[in-house]
Ligand binder design. Structure first.
Ligand SMILES: [Zn+2]
Length: 316
């Protein structure tokens, strides 16, 4: 059995673990990223500390490698670019730094691409050959596995599914494009739908849940309200689900996946979200392709980032 270290680099925490090639986590470490120190060497040292602690638990046969999921755009040589939440995390040869220090194979991948691969190998995508993974949160991310391979572009690995235009006359997105799915179904857009309903005078328990202060509204309050039968909350999820269903229709028509795996905090809305997504795909996508796709919740849970990081090592 092979064992690898998976490291999930977040803006707040570094989560790392020793993971077997069956996807079992044998040891875990969590450290603050210390991005607020505004010094990239501090962040790199935190990563080294995490790796060093895990190496103490490595089997005598040694490590198969280290897999790192990082925010930002990653090129084919494991150099990271454009990661706004980490200090000076631009033009950083992360793969070479770690492979020269630890003398094991190191794989660096964009964090969402990494999750797509982890779900494919060990999570809800297991058993499929072609799969799309979406993560729903503040932003919308995604990765595509086609015929057993993670899809990459000419040079840079990030597949910016969240910035797919679903309405060419729609609202301006933070990325500069018009009508991206993220501008309709990202966290802020979801909350904005609910606050708009309240300001129109609609009666909803959401007003109580946020204590009368709509700036405190969260998607979690919207699941809770929907679960209690609140009409406004259910309408919001229905509408967001149709938007995501329109995106998934495009993904089905483009990639003919066997599975679309959906994770991230917003996916906690469960069937309030999944039902309109599935219905919209069934109504709109090409019939043969929509008939074979399963749209399912992600399967790796709280260890997603760790398992997915290690999965990068097991891809060869
Ligand atoms: Zn955008």
């Amino acid at each position: 059995m092979k064992t690898a270290i998976g490291l999930d680099l977040g803006g707040t925490f570094i989560k790392a673990g020793l993971v077997t090639d069956e996807g079992t986590v044998r040891a875990r470490v969590e450290l603050p990223t210390r991005a607020e120190d505004n010094d990239r060497d501090v962040v790199l040292d935190q990563m080294r500390t995490a790796v060093d602690r895990l190496r103490e638990h490595a089997p005598p046969s040694g490590l198969a490698g280290i897999g790192i999921g990082t925010p930002g755009v990653v090129d084919s040589r494991g150099v990271v670019y454009e990661s706004p939440n980490l200090p000076d995390w631009d033009n950083l040869p992360l793969r070479d730094i770690f492979s020269s220090e630890y003398r094991v194979p190191v794989v660096v991948e964009n964090d969402v691409n990494s999750i797509a691969w982890g779900e494919f190998l060990f999570g809800a995508g297991r058993g499929s050959r072609s799969m799309v993974c979406l993560t729903l949160g503040t932003g919308i991310g995604g990765g595509v596995v086609s015929n057993g391979r993670l899809l990459r572009g000419a040079e840079f690995s990030a597949i910016e599914i969240g910035h797919t235009t679903i309405d060419y006359r729609g609202p301006r997105c933070k990325c500069g494009n018009i009508g991206c799915i993220e501008a309709f179904a990202g966290k802020d857009a979801i909350v904005a739908r609910a606050t708009a309903a309240i300001s129109q005078g609609r009666k909803t328990i959401l007003s109580d849940l946020c204590g009368g202060d709509t700036s405190r509204m969260t998607p979690k309050m919207l699941y809770e309200a929907a679960g209690r039968g609140d009409a406004v909350a259910r309408e919001v999820w229905e509408d967001v689900g149709v938007c995501l269903g329109a995106l998934c229709t495009t993904l089905v028509n483009l990639f003919n996946p066997e599975k679309i795996v959906i994770g991230g905090g917003i996916s906690g809305a469960g069937d309030f979200l999944f039902q309109p997504i599935r219905r919209t795909v069934a109504e709109r996508a090409f019939r043969n392709m929509s008939a074979m796709v399963s749209i399912v919740p992600a399967g790796l849970g709280t260890d997603t980032g760790i398992i997915s990081g290690a999965a990068l090592v097991f891809q060869q």
